[in-house]
Design a protein. Structure first.
Length: 500
């Protein structure tokens, strides 16, 4: 819609004489079906909403750029990372995860941190979160996990029993649960939090050599968080707090920025490493693979229309460019399907033609045609191969080198080194005493709403991460600590039986 147009028009551009009074048979008579302007207006209003995202429904976004500050092109042939000073347009969408489209920004929830790079080799989407790990590591568990965190199907209320039942039956979640209930669980704003690619990805260079990488996007504004009391208050006073904060900062010219780092893990080093680098519930310690600076991400332009640019923004971990590929991480593998499929449902088969999603620096040239909302589609041949001058494949140079895979095809359970140690390390080594206190108090405040047997099972999970951690949660809940110790000595199966 052209905002500058002075005359009000219909959707088809015809001038509207009067937009206040419908056509009626006489001053007090019924409305006439021939008032097509009224019909158009009412019908369009009925269709204003599109399906909200099942997850990450509430979000805010802004335009900006990414600039390379350190040359890591020996590891990747990605053109947008080829030299220091190279600048690429970006669009970033931040979000909460569990709530609906109008939920409060200050919920205790992970935050989505999705970056679209409009590169000259197509759009690259880095669809991350503000936490380096995730609750589960196999996409098969994803719908169940989300169901357990959302509303009870009978009451339509959030349900602490569902929340803690699933998580305590899924001990690999303890690391992410510890981050979620720590001070970092409610960032002050989207500007004051880090982003992480979370999964391990593959980078490959022109020689066909590859490394594994993990992305860390660290806020230049400093990490700033809200206490539980502050967060609860803001949920009532200003549910759009983080959305407003981002918009206002950019409007005032206070452009938020982040320094982007990667951990580079040579394939040989990953083989016998103590952690499975494809297990997204674990971090790869900085002490083993230090952060290497890559660039700067700056947000400097607000959207002009929220719906067009933020609601319709569609990010897809499968939107990759030459030089960057997926890893065998089982959650990432599921996401490669899930996001594209979600957008096909939510926005339609030509969602990539919506301006915010268009590959503006590498126009789409292929033989995909037609379907709803087609904006062009090309007039040339619509088949390949052809000798009519249609677009031709670039050849193997842009593809990742082939790799060997072998094994017995089956539903293999993950065999982790240890699901508890990193959560324990976070409690023991990274947090200071006030942070530990806040963590325990935040967990107790939430877990006390769940059934007693779920309080026991969850406390055992924290106890296994760190005995003091589990003991303090149990004490806060008024549980018998000796019983927690007894349950912690059991196998997971015995524990589940004893707390079912
Ligand atoms: P390091 O000692 O090298 O770094 C600790 C990391 O913890 C820093 O990246 C810091 O982020 C982050 N951190 C500090 N407080 C919190 C919190 N309340 N919640 C989440 N993250 C926090 O760590 P290691 O690599 O040896 O890992 C030790 C533990 O630190 C891990 O088990 C993990 O729980 C946690 N951690 C590790 C990260 C990593 O990428 N290695 C990232 C985040 C957490 P910052 O520098 O931004 O302040």
């Amino acid at each position: 819609m052209n905002q500058k147009k002075e005359t009000l028009t219909t959707a088809f551009g015809a001038p509207v004489a009067d937009d206040q009074n419908s056509i009626t048979a006489g001053a007090d008579g019924p409305a006439l079906l021939q008032d097509v302007k009224l019909l158009e207006k009412l019908a369009h209003f009925n269709r204003e909403r599109i399906p909200e995202r099942v997850v990450h429904a509430k979000g805010a976004g802004a335009h900006g750029y990414f600039i390379v500050t350190n040359d890591l092109s020996r590891y990747t042939r990605a053109a947008f990372l080829s030299e220091v000073g190279k600048r690429t347009d970006t669009f970033v969408r931040f979000s909460t995860v569990g709530g609906g489209r109008d939920s409060a920004d200050t919920e205790r929830d992970p935050r989505g941190f999705a970056v679209k790079f409009y590169t000259e080799e197509g759009n690259y989407d880095l669809v991350g979160n503000n936490t380096p790990v995730f609750f589960i590591r196999d996409a098969m568990k994803f719908p169940d996990f989300i169901h357990s965190q959302k509303k009870n199907p009978a009451t339509n209320c959030k349900d602490p029993d569902m929340f803690w039942d699933f998580l305590s039956l899924t001990p690999e979640s303890v690391h992410q649960v510890t981050i979620l209930f720590s001070d970092r669980g409610v960032p002050f704003s989207y500007r004051h939090m880090n982003g992480y690619g979370s999964h391990t990805f593959k980078w490959y260079n022109e020689a066909g050599e590859f490394v594994w990488v993990k992305y860390h996007i660290k806020t230049d504004q400093g990490n700033r968080t809200l206490s539980e009391t502050e967060a609860v208050k803001l949920r009532g006073e200003d549910p759009d707090h983080a959305t407003r904060d981002l918009y206002r900062a950019i409007e005032k010219g206070e452009f938020p920025s982040w320094t982007v780092y990667v951990q580079v893990i040579p394939p040989g080093a990953a083989m016998d490493y103590k952690w499975n680098i494809f297990d997204v519930t674990k971090v790869v310690p900085h002490s083993d693979f230090p952060l290497q600076e890559l660039g700067k991400l700056v947000l400097n332009r607000n959207p002009e229309n929220y719906f067009a640019e933020v609601e319709q923004a569609a990010f897809n971990p499968g939107s990759l460019v030459p030089g960057i590929a997926a890893s065998p991480d089982k959650l990432l593998q599921g996401r490669l399907f899930g996001y594209h499929d979600a957008h096909l449902h939510r926005l339609g088969p030509n969602y990539h033609q919506i301006p915010i999603n268009q590959s503006r620096n590498s126009p789409e040239t292929n033989y995909q045609r037609d379907s709803y909302m087609q904006q062009g589609g090309g007039s040339g041949p619509n088949y390949w191969p052809n000798t009519m001058g249609g677009p031709a494949p670039a050849g193997p140079g842009v593809e990742e080198a082939g790799f060997d895979v072998s094994g017995h095809a089956a539903r293999h359970p993950f065999v982790p080194a240890d699901d508890y140690k990193q959560a324990g390390d976070l409690f023991r080594k990274v947090m200071d005493e006030p942070r530990r206190e806040a963590l325990v108090s935040n967990i107790v405040g939430h877990l006390k709403g769940a059934l007693g047997r779920l309080q026991l099972r969850s406390s055992v999970m924290f106890f296994k991460a760190d005995e003091e951690y589990g003991r303090r949660v149990a004490e806060g809940l008024g549980l018998n600590v000796a019983r927690i110790e007894e349950l912690a000595a059991m196998s997971h199966e015995e524990l589940v039986k004893a707390t079912s």
